[in-house]
Design a protein around this ligand. Sequence first.
Ligand SMILES: [Zn+2]
Length: 236
Amino acid sequence: MRGLKAAGAAVFLMIVVVLVGESVRTAWSPVEETVVVLDPGHGGWDPGKVEGDLAEKDLNLRIAKTLALYLQTAGFEVRFTRQEDQALAEGKKDDLSARRDMGKQADIFISIHQNAYPSPEVFGAQVFYPSGQEKSQALAEKVQQRLVEQVNPQNHRQAKANDSYFVLKDMEQCAILVECGFLSNPDESQALTEETYQHKIAWAIYLGLMDEWLEEPEAFIVKNSLEKCVENQRRV
Ligand SMILES: [Zn+2]
């Protein structure tokens, strides 16, 4: 079943790619008008976790940009909290507030981070969601499944509610935070530097999103699309 779904998402993506290649607008795409805000964590003065010369902020941006390509090709409208190596404010709190404010304009908000832990053997991607938010939980579980399946089947982590991530606090939109791996684990941090591994992670997040989308598309249409519908009706 999961294989079939992956095939479905891949075929869907390929069809859109072909049409984009022929310069045909993807106006028919079932995900059109769904706004995804991607938040590559940290940036500028805030490197996030650092391991040797590897800074979390750079990996977050690379993975987010790859994910954006998949999402845009499928027809999603993608916005970034940042596309360069820069923070959104001079202080941490203002920076996080700015990211969350941008997330609140989205139908789907995905924050990308890397983890670290004192014990180097700890590894594995993990997806977090704000507790009590069913849509976010459902998306987090789908993305977690895909990360395990596509990136590392040895990873036994599960999607988890978390209320200490500031960017997820009070988010009524579908919102998740993906910790893609542990920079403190030598094997995982090495893999994270490789482009193919970064693409695998982005692909897994995309597939998880499509799994949830195909199962329950209306769950994503929270704000922007509804507002656009009302606006269009007014014009008629
Ligand atoms: Zn981080």
